[in-house]
Design a protein around this ligand. Structure first.
Ligand code: BDP
Length: 725
């Protein structure tokens, strides 16, 4: 009797230990490629029955990456050994192209693959010699790799594989990440440690991180990376750095990632010993031609140049009396024979102009049709600069003859750095879904960008990402989600922000509904919360100068007016907002009708954009029945309440996710709440000096006076800003 009791206790203990997975600390390094064993036991056994082995994949660098990933992923997720096996049998996963796999070739998939292009893929459960198998098929090796990641994603997110039949192809050609990494390894607006690229140990030492970085990007379908800051150090083009960059390009190549370099327009002078960088000067042209040849001798599939010219002090063709098209085309000429392109940024603004909003449009629309076919104009989503909310840039829809791509910012320059939680999938979608009406209704920014409205030769989406040496890559664990969202949308802009958030949570944290549901709620509200406590109702750019972290709506002195907050909000005793109608800068005229008509009309404009276009009185009636002043106060308080709610929700997750990441985010949310209160109180107290109206009685009163907050601006520690002081 005693022994029975003892052994049953032992059995219970063993059973318990085998079922309960300890929530051990995780540092976030694996990001969304977190191949931990499926938690749901029923699903796990189903997957184990369905998947038996991996049929050998052909021998090429990309196909080797495919088999490595499948082995890693399936072994981890299924918790049993899934091996590469020479036999096709029940449950084999067969990955390949008709050219490199006898099994795929025998299935006559040509008619189905034809529409998938070079990068698309097909995942299907099918039969081969009477055996039930899974195929991951594509026209090219890289499509197979994307398919392998797609297949693993299905398992990671616990989808049903029984009878699966799924195909996918990217909607734009260049899906590029932009790194703002300096050669001294500081990352401009990065906040996640030093640059990933160890220039000091390259080309000899190939840090394992480089391969993981490539895996993460490839898993989303990202196929290009500009690895250095757009404020480019000309030395990136010297022999020394090209040799180093070439090693990175070699590592990225099997993962389908083409390297781009940001270049400095003055390179002919700075590293070429010439006296001019005039794009029409024969010596300058020769410099670039030889440079291109040299680059391609190191990096045969080099993607091309990313150029910030005549912007924020960067040199450009204007310095020589030439225009942007002349500058871009000269570079494009030198890259063309090698298959390279020029990505020319439209982020320009001149201190002399009245309204920064207007400038990119005024500068580039007259040049429409003047750019070569291997040039793409890269336009930020909004007319100013990655603010928490902007209307779409009127350049989208205004350049029928110029390839135009969108630039989105993953790194949270204006969104609380590595400290605030702000999932930007919702922001990206808002920008992509905005209808430009360029060719009538249904001309969304996304359709401009994917080339379906104007038939662009080249299409693309760029994301400014921030990974650095921080163990979790992005500083705040949730910045990973915006990188993920950017990549998924670059592949397929029809996905919703919500479904992307859900995928990311399942892959990054857990498939448990008790985790998925609340984390998704937090993510989906987070961007709006950030807008509310910083700049509701179309306010914008109320940041302290330089670092863009804390509030400084009072800021009114800077080397340039358009670097002050007062320039943007224009608060007076009468009211607030930037008049961009006919009575002001008339920037509304840059939009197509009926967008212009809606933005122009103070009654029709969506309130979230109101102060972007109108200067309205403090007692202007809002839809809610409140006055503008009351509504503004309401929004600022709401933003803080939303952050408090996010904190509460997160706290409830204790024990459901690993402790390390739980505690990290918990602490960050605590800081975020404090910052949100500071934003709210600073802004409300400051704007009150104009409105002379009271904060409605039921709101908690700011703890300090305005003076206190103004002084705080200079005292409080701001990450990434205090270096060297
Ligand atoms: C602004 C950043 C600045 C960048 C610039 C750009 O503050 O650091 O260099 O954009 O995009 O948002 O070129």
């Amino acid at each position: 009797m005693r022994s029975i009791t003892f052994s049953s206790i032992l059995i219970v203990i063993i059973f318990y230990l085998s079922c309960v997975k300890p929530l051990y600390a995780e540092d976030g390094y694996e990001m969304w490629l977190r191949y931990h064993m499926i938690e749901n036991q029923k699903l796990l056994s189903e997957y184990r029955t369905l998947i038996a082995s991996i049929y050998p994949v052909a021998d090429s660098p990309t196909m080797n990456a495919v088999s490595k990933e499948l082995v890693l992923g399936l072994n981890g997720l299924l918790g049993v050994e899934v091996r590469v096996d020479e036999l096709v049998r029940e449950g084999s996963v067969v990955a390949g192209t008709p050219a490199n796999s006898d099994v795929i070739a025998s299935l006559n998939l040509e008619s189905r693959l034809i529409g998938l292009g070079n990068e698309g893929y097909l995942i299907e459960e099918t039969e081969y010699n009477g055996e039930r198998i899974f195929i991951i098929a594509a026209n090219e090796d890289i499509g197979v790799l994307y398919g392998a990641f797609g297949f693993l994603r299905k398992i990671q997110t616990n989808q049903n594989l029984d009878g699966v039949s799924f195909q996918s192809a990217p909607r734009v050609k260049y899906r590029i990440v932009n790194h703002w990494d300096n050669l001294n390894r500081r990352v401009e607006r990065g906040y996640a440690g030093l640059s990933l690229w160890e220039w000091g140990t390259l080309p000899e030492y190939k840090h394992p991180r480089y391969t993981d970085y490539a895996r993460f990007n490839a898993s989303l379908g990202i196929n290009a990376a500009a690895i250095n800051n757009v404020n480019a150090d000309p030395r990136i083009l010297t022999d020394q750095f090209l040799k180093k960059a070439a090693v990175l390009a070699d590592i990225f190549r099997p993962y389908g990632i083409r390297m781009f370099l940001s270049i400095n327009f003055h390179s002919p002078v700075r590293i070429g010993g010439l006296e001019t960088a005039d794009p029409l000067d024969p010596e300058v042209i020769r410099f670039w031609k030889e440079k291109a040849e040299e680059i391609y001798s190191y990096i045969p599939d080099f993607g091309g140049f990313l150029v910030k010219a005549d912007s924020e002090g960067q040199p450009g063709p204007h310095g020589y009396g030439r225009n942007h098209a002349q500058g871009a085309n000269m570079l494009a000429d030198t890259l063309e024979p090698h298959g390279g392109i020029v990505i020319w940024r439209a982020f320009v603004y001149d201190p002399e102009q009245d309204d920064r909003f207007r400038e990119a449009y005024d500068e580039f629309v007259p040049l429409d049709g003047k750019f070569k076919e291997n040039v793409i104009l890269q336009v930020k989503n909004g007319p100013i600069d990655f603010q928490p909310r902007e209307p779409f840039s009127p350049l989208f829809g205004a350049l029928p003859e110029t390839n135009t791509m969108i630039e989105l910012q993953v790194t949270q320059e204006y969104f609380g750095f590595n400290i605030h939680l702000a999932y930007q999938g919702t922001l990206f979608k808002e920008a992509l879904e905005a209808d430009t009406y360029a060719k009538g209704e249904g001309s969304a920014v996304a359709n401009i960008v994917d080339g379906s409205i104007f038939d662009y030769e080249l299409t693309g989406m760029a994301g400014v990402i921030n990974p650095g040496t921080d163990r979790n890559w992005t500083g705040h664990p949730f910045v990973q989600s915006s990188w993920y969202a950017f990549g998924r949308l670059a592949w397929d802009h029809t996905l919703t922000a919500e479904e992307i958030a859900e995928e990311w949570i399942r892959m990054t944290f857990s498939n448990n509904y008790d985790v998925v549901v609340p984390v998704k709620e937090i993510m989906m509200i987070s961007r709006e919360a950030g807008v509310n406590y910083r700049n509701p109702l179309g306010l914008t750019h109320l940041y302290a100068q330089g670092h863009h972290y804390g509030p400084a709506p009072w800021h009114h002195r800077a080397p340039r007016q358009d670097w002050t907050s007062a320039y943007y909000h224009r608060a007076t005793e009468y009211g607030i907002g930037f008049d961009r109608t006919e009575t002001g800068s008339n920037a509304v005229e840059q939009y197509h009708e009926p967008v212009a008509a809606v933005f122009r009309d103070v009654e029709k404009i969506p309130e979230k954009f109101l102060l972007w276009f109108h200067h309205v009185s403090w007692d202007h009636p809002m839809q809610s029945g409140r006055t503008l002043w009351e509504e503004m106060v309401y929004k600022y308080y709401k933003g803080v309440d939303q952050v408090r709610w996010m904190r509460k929700k997160w706290d409830e997750l204790e024990g459901f996710i690993d402790d390390q990441r739980f505690q990290h985010v918990k602490a960050l949310l605590e800081i975020q709440e404090r910052d949100a209160v500071r934003w709210r109180d600073s802004c409300v107290l400051y704007f009150q000096t104009f409105s002379n109206m009271a904060i409605p009685g039921n709101y908690e009163k700011p703890e300090h006076d305005l003076q206190y907050y103004m002084e705080l601006e200079h005292i409080i520690y701001v990450p990434d800003h205090w270096y060297g002081r």
